[in-house]
Design a binder for this molecule. Structure first.
Ligand SMILES: NC(=O)c1ccc[n+]([C@@H]2O[C@H](COP(=O)([O-])OP(=O)(O)OC[C@H]3O[C@@H](n4cnc5c(N)ncnc54)[C@H](O)[C@@H]3O)[C@@H](O)[C@H]2O)c1
Length: 326
């Protein structure tokens, strides 16, 4: 029996494939390579380039590899682009996922781990954010994931699909093999490290007049290896007959943009110029997870809790792979 990992050539997907292989699980990767990197997945992992909505392809993978669970990372994840081109996001993240689910259910695969996001909460009305917090996304990306969560709940009730929807906060850091290489890059830590190694002259800080200690936005950074571990535990939960559930994945601690830049200066020894830019629409001042449900339900506790350790892992990966995955 094997696990189908969609989006396994992407940032979090490839780190999870690495982790699953470390514990001797059989994995098969399906990725369109629209954003992923073939080199992020070891050459001996069965790899299919294609779309998750391709029923014929997914049916043949399930049959040929005896798939009994799916970990679904495949999605587009640029919030700003989703505002300009929402159709692209609903088509890929919601409708393609729905097509994948139909194929899985019809083929008898009823265990599903889903990459959801803290963006499904929208502007927080309380901090830290627990799983019962109101979900009211403020952009189409968040809605595309919100809708998928509702689809999953309906399919559990109607077809017995068991799922774990993992609502990640800010994925960050790298393992020795797998790092963050998005094109375009929009995430703070890789952007800061692009300045540290001279690729960019400065990093923009979007707003310094928020109601936070230093005026810059505060986010919860969670290491990609901790995320990978949570997926393994979510699969175990479902294999042990666990009920469908929604779980936050975060550290429960927030760092401001300026604190992250300062930590990166210490880690890299580089000056890293930062320029204050106007606020971006839709950026809440704080996003911090209440992550105790993950401990209760999955037995998961993040191991990388200090921001310098997270940044150091990303910096080490960047030094070893200055051009990313080429
Ligand atoms: N990175 C974060 O901080 C973060 C936070 C919350 C949620 N998420 C979610 O986690 C998942 C992984 O994020 P990531 O940062 O690794 O993104 P990523 O872009 O690195 O990986 C996504 C992968 O999915 C593939 N893909 C996209 N649509 C596909 C389709 N229809 N069929 C097949 N493959 C397809 C892409 O080619 C890419 O390799 C996404 O679903 C994202 O929405 C990420």
């Amino acid at each position: 029996m094997a696990i189908l990992v969609t989006g396994g050539a992407g940032y979090i997907g490839s780190a999870t494939v690495e982790r699953l292989r470390e514990i001797d699980r059989d994995v098969v990767v399906l990725d369109s390579l629209v954003y992923g990197h073939r080199e992020a997945v070891d050459s001996d992992v069965p790899f299919y380039e294609g779309n998750v909505g391709n029923r014929e392809l997914v049916e043949s993978i399930i049959r040929d590899h005896k798939i009994d669970a799916c970990v679904h990372f495949a999605a587009y994840a640029y919030v700003g682009e989703s505002v300009v081109d929402p159709a692209k996001y609903f088509a890929n993240n919601t409708f393609q996922t729905n097509a994948l689910l139909a194929t899985l259910i019809d083929s008898g695969v009823k265990r599903f781990v889903f990459s959801s996001t803290c963006a499904t909460y929208g502007d927080p009305v309380r901090i830290p954010i627990d799983e019962t917090h109101l979900q009211k996304p403020v952009n189409p990306y968040g809605w595309s994931k919100f809708m998928t969560e509702r689809i999953l709940e309906s399919y559990d009730a109607a077809y017995g699909l068991k799922f774990v929807a993992l609502r990640y906060f800010n994925a960050s850091g790298a393992t020795e093999k797998c790092g963050e290489h998005h094109d375009p890059e929009t995430h703070l830590i890789p952007l800061i490290l692009n300045v540290a190694n001279g690729e960019q002259p400065w990093v923009s800080v979007f707003g310094n007049d928020y109601e936070t200690a230093d005026g810059t936005c505060v986010r919860d950074y969670i290491h990609v290896a901790d995320l990978a571990d949570a997926h393994v535990r979510a699969l175990d939960h479902l294999e042990n007959g666990g009920e469908s559930t929604h779980v936050n994945l975060g550290n429960g601690v927030g760092f401001s943009v300026l604190e992250v830049i300062e930590a990166a200066r210490r880690v890299t020894g580089k000056p890293i110029e930062a320029l204050i830019a106007p606020r971006r629409p839709g950026d809440p001042s704080h996003l911090i997870a209440e992550a105790t449900k993950a401990l209760e339900v999955l037995g998961w506790k993040p191991q990388f809790t200090d921001i310098e350790g997270i940044i150091k892992s990303a910096w080490d990966w960047k030094l070893a792979n200055p051009n990313g995955y080429e």
